[in-house]
Design a protein around this ligand. Structure first.
Ligand SMILES: [Zn+2]
Length: 452
């Protein structure tokens, strides 16, 4: 933004490798009477945030106003990761995901996070302009609604399908919330968990959904340097700057206590991984993130290890879709919304509360897409498991307990049912569909012993 002339404030510094993954807050003063703030930053050896790319610098940025930097502070104006090298905050508008509003006089802080630091270090500079007179970009036209979902196979009564993980321009996605919601509806989804990184500003842009569009589950992907976790059913930001496992666990417990449903996201290599070991405090594990072959077997094992210990944690899936307009160069992300799909038993009149309850209680299964396969697991009350598979012809059906595979068969009809005896003393069973290449196509949550 050289046309803006000399900045009103110039902040500079250097990070070395010892400071990697540790946030710092850089103070600056804002005088009275400012109505617009523009921020631009730069640094050497810039590389993408993708964990597969190393050897350079990735510097995350956020902003706190005069309201302060404490945990949960209303002074948090936003965090844009390393996606945007400049942004504007005006009284009336702001670059997503930043919050517009009064530019109060006092001490503000730039939040800098050296996610990756190059061997020769990171020299950074942040420039700030007061009242540069930038006009709000004109809004993009909305995309048209589509009803291509009309031909989807029906779900069992009371069950609906959705995606629990996606991104917009409010973090590192390429589309506006309304366009992501329209795309989710066109794909046949009936609910959408909206999970931009360290932001809740996207929730306002999404609205509540419904009325012919998917129901919006207001969420956030809490993005820390030791792992990511989703919270759905929350409208506030949660502490992401700390990487001490007890702090992360306490934050997850606080989010859960507030009524949110909390999941550990993509606990697998390059997910990014989950570095917090055995902390508790979450309801669910994202056992399927993006395309199945992207190391989701590791996430599935993370969940299964906890099931074997008797921890009643739910399995969920999320596409992690970032781009609708152009192909996503990051192969970890699903190329389309709803791949995978999470199906929940939310009853005849689904609400946000009913969907959250179904996830929390594990009344859910995950499958490859909104078209299926569908996989339902029910007890018969007499020691047998009833499995119903739809759209799974040619797949292997596995029934799995804490002891391993209890039963295996091949599905040879579009609508197939099995009644399978459960060995006495079994703690839980779950069902899984696997195709002939060995890829999982659908899996259920665990059915625990007292229901068998
Ligand atoms: Zn993530």
């Amino acid at each position: 933004m050289s046309e803006l002339g000399e900045p009103d404030r110039l902040l500079r510094g250097h990070f070395d490798r010892a400071q990697e993954r540790r946030y710092v807050h850089i103070p600056f003063d804002v005088p009275r009477g400012v109505r617009q703030l523009h921020v631009a930053y730069e640094y050497n050896d810039r590389i993408p945030a993708d964990p597969l790319v190393t050897g350079g610098n990735t510097l995350d940025i956020g902003l706190f106003d005069e309201g302060g930097i404490d945990e949960g502070s209303p002074g948090f104006r936003g965090w844009s990761g390393s996606e945007k090298l400049e942004f504007t905050i005006d009284e009336q508008w702001a670059t997503p995901p930043y919050a517009p509003g009064p530019i109060g006089a006092g001490t503000w802080h730039v939040l800098l996070g050296p996610y990756k630091v190059a061997p020769r270090g990171c020299d950074w500079a942040v420039r700030l302009w007061f009242d540069p007179g930038i006009t709000e970009p004109s809004p993009l036209p909305p995309s048209a609604r589509s009803n291509s979902a009309a031909s989807l196979p029906r779900a069992r009564g009371g069950w609906i399908r959705g995606d629990l993980h996606c991104h917009t321009v409010y973090s590192d996605g390429d589309s506006l919330p309304r366009d992501v919601l329209v795309a989710a509806g066109a794909a046949g989804l009936e609910f959408l968990g909206v999970t931009d990184h360290n932001s809740v500003r996207h929730q306002l842009a999404y609205g509540t959904g419904g009325d012919g569009l998917p129901i919006v589950l207001p969420g956030i992907e809490v993005t820390t340097y030791g792992g990511h976790w989703n919270a759905w059913g929350t409208d506030r930001w949660w502490e992401f700057r700390e990487t001490e496992a007890p702090v992360v666990a306490a934050t997850m417990r606080d989010a859960a206590a507030s009524g949110a449903v909390v999941s550990v996201n993509h606990p697998k290599p390059f997910g990014p991984a989950w570095d917090y070991g055995d902390i508790a405090g979450f309801h669910a594990v994202e056992i399927w993130n993006g395309p199945w072959p992207r190391l989701n077997t590791v996430a599935l094992a993370f969940w299964e290890e906890r099931l074997r210990r008797g921890e009643r944690i739910a399995a969920v899936g999320g596409s992690d879709t970032h781009q609708l307009k152009t192909p996503d160069p990051d192969a970890r992300h699903s190329p389309r919304i709803g791949a995978p799909t999470t199906w929940v038993e939310a009853g005849p009149r689904p609400t946000v509360a009913a969907i959250l309850a179904a996830i929390r209680e594990g009344r859910a299964f995950v499958s490859a897409s909104p078209r299926g396969p569908q996989l339902y697991l029910d007890p018969d009350g007499a020691g047998r498991a009833c499995v119903e598979a739809r759209g799974a012809t040619g797949c292997a059906l596995l029934l799995i307990s804490e002891a391993g595979v209890v039963d295996a068969s091949t599905i040879d009809a579009d609508a197939a049912s099995r009644s399978i005896a459960i060995p006495a003393g079994t703690h839980y069973v779950r069902a899984q569909l696997v195709d002939r290449t060995g890829d999982v196509r659908a899996l259920t949550n665990a059915l625990w012993a007292e229901r068998l």
